[in-house]
Write a protein that binds this ligand. Structure first.
Ligand code: HEM
Ligand SMILES: *[C@@H]1O[C@H](CO)[C@@H](O)[C@H](O)[C@H]1NC(C)=O
Length: 421
């Protein structure tokens, strides 16, 4: 157990120049520029109408509670720059092992993240990648919870939660299969491709959506194991929206926020001048002198759902459930109707809250099969998740989901691919 614990740390120092070149080559073939999605600024589908410097200032000055500190050798850091930065500033426990309550409070204070969304995402993290018997989860590598209790093996952490949480076609991380199972490390050429899309040094939601389309196409064209599950497959597209909606700086002149290249670099642990960027793994920062979105307009599940619906209208294939069948460019889609006994349908997924309802509910249905062999009390875990998730799905007006048939996924080798540290 102790050895297994150290392996991910050892693996983290390996660089992947080969993949980096492949990606750089791919982005030379440009995706045509599409018109900007009308009227959407950096706050998501609902504009921020107020700016209150005192309320929105995130005090990370050296010497204060939330000063930046490098993670220690046993602290967990993983694929999510938002969580890594929050932990490096003590908005989450600096150990990287957190609870649902700590996550809700910490992400609200650091980013203006919606409490009900933070609770639902934490509940998924606890059930799929953490310790449902104690209510903890790791923002990075797996951990030993001490006595296993009702757990049959150590929690994986979100770093090794492929297809349950972590997924292909991420903004700056590699596909697990293309990177020896490591989907937590940033690929510099992928970051550069995003960084270089800035217009006048700043980013818009359209730029992030175009980047999302590009990384999706790269994965379909290069990863024979590319797979996009109903819930996990939606995490990278939502993460593209998190960059704009949660990392933008705010001011009286710019109430919706604006995101500069410098702020992007700090959140993604990149230092050095243009042309000589360096990735400092695990050292993501909340910039000094940075103002988060207002608490009166948190980014929650409904806002993320609406953003995904806009994305679907623009780039429908980006959120299609399905995968490659063992060779590159062999994508086969699975109709949500076939998975859910007709409750959801591919043609209506962009309407209302259908996309986010489908993702949340499909994943909830998958819990028993995912947890088989991991926890002894599956019913307890199912009930725990239902308790946190049902308030969200009912507030979104989601329909009941009586059946969920995952046998349709067996044709995809990427569905069965489970990288371990
Ligand atoms: C409970 C809350 C959260 C959970 C459970 C969570 C989990 C994750 C996971 C599992 C990934 C990897 C997905 C992938 O394969 O691309 C990820 C990626 C990401 N997350 Fe989070 N996250 C949370 C909150 C946040 C917040 C508050 C932010 C922004 C401030 C954020 C920004 C991002 C970004 C930008 C990525 C993409 C990383 C990349 O590929 O460059 N997340 N998150
Ligand atoms: C955030 O915006 C304010 C107002 O324009 C500015 O003074 C501050 O330097 C910005 N912070 C960062 C980290 O760029």
């Amino acid at each position: 157990m102790q050895l297994l614990h150290l392996l991910p740390l050892a693996a983290s120092v390996i660089a992947f120049p080969h993949l980096s070149e492949e990606y750089a080559e791919f982005v030379k073939r440009q995706i045509p520029t599409l018109p900007l999605s009308q009227n959407e600024h950096n706050s998501g589908p609902i504009d921020s109408l107020v700016f209150d410097a005192t309320e929105q200032f995130v005090d990370v000055r050296p010497g204060t509670t939330h000063e930046y500190r490098d993670p220690g050798p046993n602290d967990k850091r993983g694929p999510c720059p938002g969580l890594n930065a929050a932990a490096n500033h003590g908005f989450l426990p600096r150990s990287g092992i957190t609870t649902l309550e700590q996550t809700v409070t910490g992400l609200g204070a650091a980013y203006g993240f919606g409490p009900e969304f933070a609770a639902a995402l934490s509940a998924f993290a606890i059930v799929f990648t953490g310790d449902p018997t104690r209510g903890t989860w790791s923002i990075g590598q797996g951990y030993s919870p001490g006595l296993l209790g009702g757990l049959l093996s150590n929690p994986s952490g979100i770093s090794f939660s492929h297809n349950n949480y972590e997924s292909d076609a991420s903004p700056t991380r590699a596909d697990a299969y293309l990177n020896n199972g490591d989907a937590a490390s940033l690929i510099l050429s992928k970051f550069e491709s995003l960084y270089n899309k800035a217009v006048d040094g700043e980013f818009t939601i359209d730029i992030l959506r175009t980047h999302n389309k590009e990384v999706h196409d790269f994965s379909v064209q290069n990863n024979p194991y590319f797979f996009s599950a109903p819930f996990a497959g939606l995490v990278p597209p939502i993460a593209h929206h998190f960059v704009i909606n949660l990392m933008s700086n705010h001011s009286a002149e710019n109430k919706n926020g604006f995101l500069t290249q410098d702020v992007l670099k700090q959140f993604f642990a990149i230092s050095g001048p243009d042309g000589a960027h360096v990735y400092n793994k695990g050292k993501e920062r909340i910039p000094e002198n940075w103002y988060r979105r207002p608490s009166s307009n948190p980014y929650g599940a409904a806002a993320a759902g609406a953003d995904v619906a806009i994305l679907i209208l623009r780039y429908p294939d980006v959120i299609r459930v399905g995968g490659n069948t063992g060779t590159v460019n062999s994508f086969v889609g699975v109709n949500p109707g076939d998975l859910t006994g007709g409750v959801f349908d591919a043609t209506t997924l962009a309407q209302g809250n259908n996309a986010i309802c489908f993702a949340l509910q499909a994943s909830q249905q998958a819990v028993p099969s995912v947890l088989k062999g991991i926890v002894s009390d599956i019913t307890g875990a199912v009930n725990f998740l239902a308790g946190k998730l049902n308030p969200v799905t009912s507030s979104l007006g989601c329909p009941q989901l009586p059946t969920y048939d995952t046998s349709l996924f067996n044709q995809f080798p990427g569905y069965k691919y489970k990288p371990k540290p």
